[in-house]
Design a protein around this ligand. Structure first.
Ligand code: ADP
Ligand code: ZN
Length: 730
C-alpha cells in the first residue's frame, strides 16, 4: 500500500525522533492533521522531543495508549528525497537513523516560533521640539528612504545615543516595528560580473553547463593545476544552476578559506550566499536552515555538514579540493562528505563537480573507468607557468645541528629577498618542536591521556597535546628525574623554523602561518591578507598554506622535510605526500613571475619524490593504483574498521579478541579480518582504542555482514563501538 502524503487528525503516524531509540514511535496526528515529512513535537515519557513524521503508523500495540503529536513545527516538511538520502546514508555508514536525523536538524531553535527583532523606520508625526541629535536621526532615515534600521545601526549612523531614538518613537516621529530575523537571502544574479574565459576554460564551462542543464545526476572530476581557473569554471556551472532556478552548494575543506571565497562569489553574482559552518552564529544558522528549506537561499557555501541542509531544490554540489582529508568526519557519524555528495546528487538528479589539482586516488580511478566525467584545465591562467621543481639532496649539504635550512635553500631565499619577492618555507609541524626530551634521563614528555607527545608551543609558553588539545605550562625541571635545565627541544616545528629564518635573514620580515597562532578565523584571515599585501618577505607555514591562498609576489617555495609524510606504514602515505607537495609548490609563481619549488630530501630517488619532481602525474596515479589493486584495498576492494574504546585496556582487548574469534558472518563473504591492534590513535582522552580491520572484495555485501557480525555482541557500558566504513588509513 502506498504511504499517504497527508494524515488527518487521529490517524496513526510513525515518527522518527533524534533520541537514541532503534525504532519509529507511533502517535496520533494532531488537530488539523499533518503531512508526511512534517517536523513535529511529540511527548516521550515526561519529555517533549522533536521528530519527523516518517511513515504511516502501524498501531501494533494498544491504540488507546498511543498519544497525540503535540504540534506541527512551522518549518517546511522534510522532502521525500531527504528521507531517502538519510536512509541510504545510514545504511552505508551503519549509523542509527536517529543520529542521521540529528545531523539534518542542526539548526538551533527549530521548534521555536519565528524570532523577531525591532526595526526602526521614519514615522508620520513631526516632533514639536527639534534638537540637533533628533534632526540627525530623521535625516539618516530620510537619506536611506524607507530602509529599516536596528536600534544600534540607527543610533550609530546618526551618532546619537539610543535614548534619542526611543524618544522619537514615543513622539511618533520614528516608528518601531517587529521584523522576523529569518529573512530571505538576496537573490544571486547569474549574469553579474562574469569574466571572459580563456578558450580552455570556456570549453570546460560549456561541458559543465550542459551537464547542469540536463537536470540529471552526473559527477565530473575537474582537474587542473592551482591557478588554472577551476574556481572560475565551476562558478559558471553554479551560474547555470541558478538560471535553472535550482540551488547550488559549494563545499570547502577549510573554514579559514570561506571569507576569501565569499568575496569572490559576491564579485561574480552581486550578492553573498548563505554560509554554513561551525563559525557561523546561532541566529545565522537558524536563518540559513530555514531559508534553504524555503528556497530563499540560492547558494550555500559551507563545510561538509552543509550537505545535510533541507534544500528545496538542489541542482549542483561542488566539492572543492575533493582530495582533502578533512571531508572525512572522524567523530560521531563517520562519513566522507565527497561520497555523500555523490549519493545525495544521485537521488536528486543533480550534478557533482569534484575539483582538485591532485585528486584522490578513488576519484582518479572513477574518472578513468568512466564512472565520472573528466575535465582538465592544463595551463595556468595568464602568463603564469608551473614552478620549476628541484630536489636539494640533504646528504650533500653541510648543516649544523638544530638547523634545518640548508645553505642551498638559504641562497635561494636570499636571491628572492634581493629581488623584493616573497619566499615560503613549508613545514608540516605545528608548534616549536615535536619532541621535548630530558637530556639527563632521556624522558620524553607525553600527554597524560593520550598516546602522543606533548608539543612545545613557545609563543604560548605551553606544552600542547595535538590529539586532545590538553595543555600545560612548560616545566622547568624534568617530570621524571627532576633534573633542572636539561629539557631540550628536539626536531623542527613551524615556530622554531621562524626563529632560524629570522636569524638567517635578519633584515627580512618573517611571518608565521599556523592555525593555532590565531585566536579566530578572522584573525587568521587578516594575517593572510596582510601577507598577500606584502607585509612579510619570508612566510613560514604549515599545511594551512597549501589550501588555496593567493600570494601574487611569491616566487619560491622551500619544503623543509619532503620525506616527512613518507614514513609510517599507512598505504595512503604516498598519495598524501604527493598531493601535499604538489599543492604547496603550486603556491609559487602565480602571476607573471615564474616560480621555483625546492624540496629538501634525504631520498631523492624515492618513487614518490621522483614523481613529484618530474610532474608525471599520470604515471604516479597508475603506479599507485596498481599497488592498491595488488593489495586488494580501496578503491579496488572494500574496507571497514571497527573501533572499540574503553578506559580499561584489558577490557577493550578482550572484547575485540572475542569479536575476532566469532567472525562467521564475515567469513561467509570471504572477508579478511585483521587485528585486534592498537587503533591509529591508540589512546585519546584517557580511552584506549583498538581496531579491527575488515577487507572484502569490491562486490561483497560488506555493510550487511558487518551489521550481522556486530549484532552478536553486547558491549559493556564502559565500552564504545563505532564502525568506520572506508577508513582513511589502512
Ligand atoms: P584554481 O581554482 O584552479 O586555483 P582560480 O579560478 O582561483 O584557479 O584562478 C586563479 C586566479 O586567476 C584567480 O585570481 C582568478 O581570478 C584568475 N583567473 C582565472 N581565470 C581567469 C579569467 N578567465 N579571467 C580573469 N581572471 C582569471
Ligand atoms: Zn592528549
Amino acid at each position: 500500500m502506498q504511504t499517504p502524503s497527508f494524515f488527518n487528525q487521529g490517524d496513526l503516524v510513525a515518527v522518527l525522533t533524534t533520541q537514541p531509540l532503534d525504532r519509529l514511535l507511533d502517535y496520533k496526528a494532531p488537530e488539523g492533521g499533518c503531512a508526511i515529512g512534517a517536523f513535529v513535537e511529540v511527548p516521550l515519557g515526561p519529555r517533549k522531543v522533536i521528530g519527523v513524521v516518517w511513515d504511516a503508523g502501524r498501531g501494533d500495540y494498544d491504540i488507546a495508549k498511543i498519544r497525540s503529536v503535540i504540534r506541527v513545527l512551522d518549518v517546511a516538511p522534510m522532502r521525500e528525497e531527504m528521507q531517502i538520502f538519510l536512509k541510504r546514508a545510514a545504511d552505508y555508514t551503519l549509523t542509527p537513523m536517529a543520529a542521521m536525523l540529528r545531523l539534518a536538524t542542526r539548526a538551533p531553535g527549530l521548534g521555536d516560533p519565528p524570532s523577531m527583532r525591532k526595526v526602526y523606520r521614519l514615522g508620520t508625526a513631526e516632533p514639536t521640539r527639534m534638537t540637533d541629535a533628533r534632526t540627525r536621526v530623521l535625516q539618516v532615515l530620510r537619506d536611506y528612504g524607507g530602509l529599516a534600521f536596528t536600534l544600534k545601526e540607527l543610533a550609530d549612523s546618526a551618532d546619537v545615543t539610543s535614548s534619542v531614538v526611543k524618544g522619537l518613537v514615543k513622539l511618533g516621529a520614528v516608528s518601531e516595528q517587529d521584523c522576523p530575523r529569518d529573512v530571505p537571502y538576496p537573490r544571486l544574479d547569474p549574469n553579474y560580473g562574469g569574466k571572459s574565459l580563456t578558450p580552455d576554460q570556456d570549453a570546460g564551462a560549456k561541458q559543465l553547463r550542459s551537464a547542469v542543464v540536463s537536470q540529471n545526476y552526473g559527477t565530473t572530476l575537474l582537474r587542473g593545476v592551482t591557478g588554472s581557473g577551476k574556481t572560475e569554471v565551476y562558478l559558471e556551472a553554479v551560474a547555470e544552476c541558478l538560471r535553472q532556478g535550482r540551488q547550488a552548494l559549494v563545499l570547502l575543506p577549510e573554514i579559514a578559506l570561506t571569507s576569501e571565497f565569499l568575496t569572490r562569489v559576491e564579485a561574480r553574482f552581486g550578492a553573498r550566499p548563505a554560509e554554513w559552518h561551525s563559525g557561523v552564529t546561532m541566529t545565522e544558522r537558524r536563518r540559513a536552515w530555514r531559508m534553504v528549506g524555503q528556497g530563499a537561499a540560492d547558494m550555500v557555501v559551507g563545510a561538509r555538514s552543509a550537505l545535510f541542509l533541507p534544500y528545496q531544490d538542489l541542482g549542483l554540489i561542488v566539492v572543492d579540493e575533493e582530495h582533502d582529508t578533512s571531508y572525512k568526519q572522524e567523530d560521531g557519524v563517520l562519513y566522507n562528505a565527497r561520497d555523500m555528495a555523490v549519493l545525495r546528487a544521485s537521488i536528486l538528479g543533480a550534478q557533482v563537480i569534484l575539483a582538485s589539482a591532485t585528486p584522490s586516488l578513488e576519484s582518479w580511478v572513477n574518472a578513468e573507468s568512466g564512472k565520472y566525467s573528466k575535465l582538465e584545465l592544463t595551463s595556468r591562467f595568464g602568463d603564469a607557468v608551473l614552478p620549476d621543481m628541484q630536489a636539494i639532496d640533504m646528504r650533500d649539504e653541510v648543516i649544523p645541528a638544530d638547523r634545518w635550512i640548508s645553505s642551498s635553500l638559504q641562497k635561494a631565499v636570499q636571491a628572492r629577498l634581493d629581488r623584493n619577492e616573497q619566499a615560503l618555507l613549508f613545514i608540516n609541524r605545528r608548534g616549536y618542536a615535536p619532541i621535548t626530551l630530558c637530556r639527563a634521563c632521556g624522558h620524553q614528555i607525553g600527554c597524560d591521556d593520550c598516546d602522543a607527545r606533548m608539543v612545545e608551543h613557545r609563543f604560548q609558553k605551553r606544552l600542547v597535546c595535538h590529539q586532545c588539545g590538553e595543555t600545560k605550562p612548560m616545566p622547568s625541571v624534568c617530570p621524571s628525574c627532576d633534573a633542572e635545565g636539561r629539557l631540550a627541544a628536539v626536531g623542527p616545528g613551524v615556530e622554531r623554523l621562524t626563529e632560524e629564518a629570522q636569524a638567517l635573514f635578519p633584515d627580512a620580515r618573517v611571518a608565521t602561518l599556523s592555525s593555532d597562532l590565531y585566536g579566530s578565523a578572522r584573525a587568521l584571515k587578516a594575517q593572510i591578507e596582510a601577507i598577500a599585501d606584502g607585509a612579510a618577505d619570508v612566510i613560514i607555514g604549515t599545511q594551512l598554506v597549501a589550501k588555496g591562498h593567493n600570494f601574487q609576489n611569491l616566487t619560491l617555495v622551500g619544503v623543509i622535510d619532503a620525506d616527512l609524510g613518507l614514513q609510517g606504514s599507512d598505504l595512503r602515505a604516498a598519495e598524501r605526500t604527493f598531493q601535499l607537495m604538489r599543492q604547496v609548490s603550486g603556491r609559487a609563481g602565480r602571476a607573471d613571475k615564474p616560480g621555483q619549488a625546492l624540496l629538501q630530501t634525504y631520498q631523492p630517488d624515492h618513487p614518490v619524490i621522483r614523481a613529484i619532481l618530474s610532474g608525471d602525474e599520470e604515471d604516479f596515479w597508475k603506479a599507485e593504483a596498481a599497488e592498491r589493486e595488488q593489495a586488494g584495498v580501496p578503491p579496488f576492494g572494500r574496507m571497514a574498521g571497527i573501533i572499540l574504546s574503553s578506559p580499561n585496556v584489558q577490557e577493550v582487548f578482550d572484547f575485540a579478541t572475542e569479536m575476532a574469534r566469532n567472525d562467521a558472518p564475515l567469513r561467509q563473504i570471504n572477508a579478511q579480518l585483521f587485528g585486534p591492534a592498537p587503533a591509529p590513535i591508540a589512546r585519546i582522552r584517557g580511552r584506549h582504542r583498538v581496531r579491527l580491520l575488515i577487507k572484502a572484495e569490491k562486490t561483497a555485501p560488506l555493510q550487511a555482514s558487518v551489521e550481522r557480525w556486530i549484532s552478536q555482541f553486547r558491549p559493556p557500558n564502559s565500552l564504545r563501538l563505532s564502525v568506520d566504513i572506508d577508513p582513511q588509513s589502512f
